[in-house]
Design a protein around this ligand. Structure first.
Ligand code: KIV
Length: 286
């Protein structure tokens, strides 16, 4: 059997240095993760977007550490090749260094993740990043639009629309790089700003709504397959309409059941002839 070459954080760094684009998508369950892995996607992110996409919340805020661990475990059972990164949920890494380190460690020890992702570039996030990487937990940073800051940002707004904000993001990117992050998600940043940031740091950038010049791209799988329809961002390309396919399939099933066309003769289990005769002689007690 051919040996599977696993993607590591070193592979990700090498891809950037060789100008080979990094591919990344989200997964929250075993079967989706397995499909992504078979398609040789480099990074599978158990994003906290699962709060909205899989659990039906309006924002990413309500998802808990236990939810994220549960889904990361399911994803890791489906993956042989990809680098699995788990999003640390809102307030699981902001309240103190020890708590952050212990929570991050659970993704590695219990859930099979290879790295964690932390949103933001403020001082306390930089400290947590340093503590995690120095303890052996690789960290992917996340700057630009950071959904966990939705309430302080005030809406789903593009970040880095002027020089001052781009400089601030670049400064945070430098500090995160110094603290040990192996890569950086850049979300909803104009492509010129994302290009400047990408060219001025040594670690790879993985863009989502950040244009063509990042070292790689990430999207939410349910957006590109058309499974999640509540909201489709401008930057997500829809490659399939899975919702329609599933809707059609379940409607056909429902109609077949209603008209007695399901199950058919080949979809049932049968008794052998002797048992059939014995059953025919059964006289149920009144
Ligand atoms: O939670 C998420 O899905 C993300 C994105 C970068 C895809 O953070």
């Amino acid at each position: 059997m051919k040996k599977i070459e696993k993607i590591t954080i070193n592979s990700i760094k090498k891809f950037k240095n060789r100008n080979r684009k990094i591919t990344a998508l989200t997964a929250y369950d075993y079967s989706t993760a397995k499909i992504l892995d078979e398609a040789a996607i480099d990074i599978i992110l158990v994003g906290d977007s699962l709060a909205m996409v899989a659990l039906g919340h309006e924002t990413t805020h309500p998802v808990t550490l236990e939810d994220m661990l549960y889904h990361t475990k399911a994803v890791s059972r489906g993956v042989q090749r990809a680098l699995i990164i788990a999003d640390m949920p809102f307030l699981s890494y902001q309240a103190g260094l020890n708590e952050a380190l212990n929570n991050a460690g659970r993704f590695i020890k219990e859930a099979g993740a290879h790295a964690v992702k932390l949103e933001g570039g403020y001082e306390h996030i930089i400290e947590v990043t340093k503590r995690c990487t120095e303890s052996g937990i690789p960290v992917l940073g996340h700057l630009g639009f950071t959904p966990q800051f939705l309430l302080t940002i005030g809406g789903y707004n593009v970040q880095g629309k002027n020089l001052e904000v781009t400089e601030k993001i670049l400064e945070q990117a430098h500090r995160l790089e110094e603290a040990g992050t192996f890569g950086l998600v850049l979300e909803m940043v104009p492509e010129e700003s994302a290009k400047t940031i990408t060219e001025n740091i040594n670690i790879p950038t993985i863009g989502i709504g950040a244009g063509r010049f990042c070292s790689g791209q990430i999207l939410v799988t349910d957006d590109i397959t058309g499974k999640y329809g509540d909201f489709t961002p401008k930057f997500a390309r829809k490659y399939a309409d899975v919702a329609s396919v599933v809707r059609e399939a379940v409607t056909s099933y429902k109609n077949d059941v209603l008209i007695g066309d399901f199950p058919s003769d080949v979809e049932v289990f049968k008794l052998d002839e002797d048992e059939k005769k014995r059953l025919a002689m059964l006289k149920p007690e009144k």
